[in-house]
Ligand binder design. Structure first.
Ligand code: ADP
Ligand code: MG
Length: 686
């Protein structure tokens, strides 16, 4: 693609501001801008005008249908296409789409998870246009980003809480900024860049494995003789087949206005990463959902399958989604950037302290935002942060914080002093080598990188919680500063107190190290090792207070979400277990007997092999029956909590034992009989 082409193609399928300029009147465009900036309601006339322009543009670009595009609690996206074409008179037709269709949709949504918020007899869910994210065309369908709720207004999606949290943070940030003497900032916004990791494997091999097809990951697989120990894949030369995929992917993303900035091979064989250019949180969330969908489709076109599961293969790295997050003012100043004046430095330290405090106080909630079955397999494993939440700030900033806590001036390497909010500047040398890759929440110069989320999940909840905890801490600080006579003094005291009380969450060491687990326990940090341990924390009174208090959810919405989390976890685990049982019964046990039958029995080595394979086969049958017994218990269990416990402590553990036996068998059974492509084929075929 040439430069000129690129200009033509970039955002070609996006109804963005410059396209809107061509299709809607100046007055309507101004009203839309005002609506986006100040969250005002659009007059009916303007909505009609935008709908008309959007329709014209969509039809000119080949669209035949339109859909409200929403993000239900499945974590995926949903759409229901409506044709533009309607009959007109006896023989005629017209293309119909008005403000009403733009504004509101009524998908028959009875099958989306609602956690009891909506009974099937009143199954209607409503989708309502989100004018702050751009409409786009996908597969000749005009997609209108929308929020999704019940008839009585309870939220059923992931976008609404995200929008609300951005608003809560905006409110509290502007308020505290004004209290500390900034009266020019009228709004703040959240920026997000979500790095996406994924695997690519040949489609033909994928088709041969039921576990990959049904569960998105391998349930068995002995290690390949070579894994990632040579580090030769990471940033290695990209193979032509993959380059072709990446080029195609980039073009598909560019058309939708998604700027794929970097792409490279990741650590594990067959693993890759794509980082988009960051943008506002709402758009970044839409874009990441689209990116995942488009990755899968483009892969298909190249005879590949894109695996977004957090841990498709044991023994090598899993895939995460690093959420880069920062907050900026309407004049474009990044509030996590140590600025160039003492006042900016104080502002930076205030936001930093509030965030550090928030992470410490709401560790469990952040952990919740990345807790689900797939991510359980990744966290704490190779190259993934541990399940313990801590914040990395780097040694220099840590020294600054410690000097604030001790109320001593800070001397940096250039012999400059720092006293909070006074005369001296803080200039951090944000050296890239000083980056800790093992921390779940890392400060990287002017943003935080939340590395706990997994590759398949929506970023909406992680970002919602990051926003909300910061909003909450800013609110608490503002309440105190507001009441004091000397606000500058109160501000300094607040910064100091926040750092002092929450110092324990700062950790610059190696998060992969076993000793960190003990140290974290001594510091009183939570170690919620898996989803089953984490889920109950979600609806703790503390979290309910935080999220209802900031207008993110109602208590009822949280309770329903809690139910959905449990249900989803149990569904994933039981599907995996059933798939495993089927593969053992239909594929593996047969392969073992075929193998045994093929041995002539004339040689000593054959007898020894037969002995070993035979006893592993026997053990496998016993373990399979034990897994089936867990299933019986599961079916008999009544309460969701009981089912959750059986899944996490019964089924998952039994599955691990079965897997161990199968993997041992795979190592000795003649490859001619083994019914599934092995790790060497899957990972090194391209
Ligand atoms: P790093 O070297 O820390 O990985 P990059 O500059 O490569 O940093 O950025 C990684 C991701 O972070 C990209 O998606 C990028 O767009 C995003 N990013 C960069 N700056 C910011 C920021 N201020 N706020 C949010 N995201 C950002
Ligand atoms: Mg990365």
């Amino acid at each position: 693609m040439t430069d000129g082409n690129m200009k033509k193609e970039f955002g070609a399928l996006l109804f963005n501001e410059s396209t809107m300029q061509k299709y809607i009147s100046g007055g309507s465009l101004d009203a839309w801008r005002e609506c986006v900036k100040n969250r005002t309601v659009l007059p009916e006339k303007v909505t009609e005008d935008i709908a008309e322009g959007m329709k014209k543009w969509a039809l000119e670009n080949g669209a035949t249908h339109y859909t409200h595009w929403f993000q239900p609690l499945t974590g995926e996206t949903a759409e229901k296409h409506e044709g533009f074409l309607v009959p007109d008179g006896r023989d005629g037709f017209k293309m119909d789409f008005s403000g009403r269709e733009l504004l509101r949709g009524e998908p028959d949504a009875s099958s989306f998870p609602s956690g009891g918020l909506r009974s099937t007899f009143e199954a209607r869910g409503y989708s309502a246009w989100d004018p702050t994210s751009y409409a786009f065309i996908k597969d000749r369908v005009l997609c209108i980003p929308t929020v999704f709720c019940t008839y009585s207004g309870e939220v059923l999606d992931k976008k609404t809480p995200l929008l609300r949290s951005c608003e809560a943070l905006n409110r509290q940030a502007v308020r505290i900024l004004s209290l500390i003497g900034d009266d020019k900032t009228k709004s703040v916004s959240v920026s997000v860049g979500a790095e996406q990791e994924y695997f690519l494997i040949p489609k033909e091999l994928f088709g041969k494995r039921e576990d990959l097809r049904l569960c998105g990951r391998t349930l068995f697989g002995a290690d390949a003789p070579k894994r990632q120990e040579l580090d030769d894949h990471y940033y290695g030369a990209i193979k032509p087949k993959i380059t072709a995929f990446m080029q195609d992917l980039n073009e598909a993303l560019w058309e939708l206005g998604i700027c794929a900035k970097t792409e490279h091979n990741e650590v594990a064989p067959a693993q890759y990463e794509m980082a988009p250019f960051f943008t506002d949180a709402n758009t970044a969330n839409d874009q990441n959902q689209l990116t995942m969908e488009i990755m899968k489709r483009v892969a298909e076109r190249h005879g590949l399958v894109c695996l977004l599961h957090e841990k498709p293969f044991d023994g090598i790295n899993g895939s995460g989604k690093h959420v880069n997050w920062s907050v900026s003012t309407d004049s474009g100043e990044n509030l996590f950037s140590p600025g160039s004046t003492p006042a900016e430095n104080t502002r930076f330290l205030l936001f930093l302290a509030a965030f550090v405090k928030g992470v410490d106080e709401y560790q469990e909630l952040l952990r919740c935002s990345a807790a689900y079955a797939g991510n359980d397999r990744r966290l704490g494993g190779q190259e993934a942060p541990p399940a313990i939440i801590s914040v990395f700030v780097g040694t220099e900033l840590e020294r600054v914080i410690d000097s604030i806590i001790k109320d001593k001036p800070y001397t940096d390497s250039g012999d400059r002093f720092l006293t909070v909010g006074k005369d001296v500047l803080l200039r951090l040398s944000m050296d890239n080598t000083d980056r800790n890759r093992t921390s779940p929440v890392a400060f990287t110069g002017n943003k935080f990188e939340f590395r706990m989320p997994g590759s398949s999940q929506s970023i909406a909840s992680p970002v919602t919680y990051l926003n909300t905890i910061l909003a909450e801490e800013l609110k608490e600080a503002a309440d105190i500063i507001e009441k004091s006579d000397d606000r500058q003094l109160a501000l300094k005291r607040q910064i100091r107190e926040m750092f002092s009380a929450h110092r324990r969450i700062l950790f610059n060491g190696n998060g992969y190290d076993r000793s960190w687990i003990e140290e974290a326990a001594e510091r009183g940090l939570k170690n919620l090792r898996n989803t089953a341990e984490t889920i109950p924390e979600y609806i703790s009174e503390k979290n309910i207070r935080l999220l209802t208090g900031n207008g993110i959810y109602t208590r009822k919405e949280m309770e329903s979400r809690n139910e959905i989390h449990i249900e989803k976890y149990c569904s994933v685990i039981t599907i995996e277990a059933r798939t495993m049982l089927e593969m053992i019964r239909k594929g593996i046990l047969g392969a073992v007997s075929d193998h045994l039958k093929s041995l002539s029995g004339r040689f000593e080595f054959e007898n020894r092999l037969a002995e070993r394979a035979g006893s592993l086969g026997n053990a496998l049958l016993i373990e399979t029956e034990a897994l089936e017994d867990e299933f019986k218990k599961y079916d008999e269990a009544v309460s969701p909590e009981e089912k959750l416990d059986i899944c996490a402590n019964g089924i998952v553990k039994r599955m691990a034992v079965c897997r161990g036996v199968v993997d041992s068998l795979e190592r000795i059974v003649d490859a001619r009989f083994w019914p599934y492509p092995d790790y060497t084929e899957l990972l090194f075929a391209i």
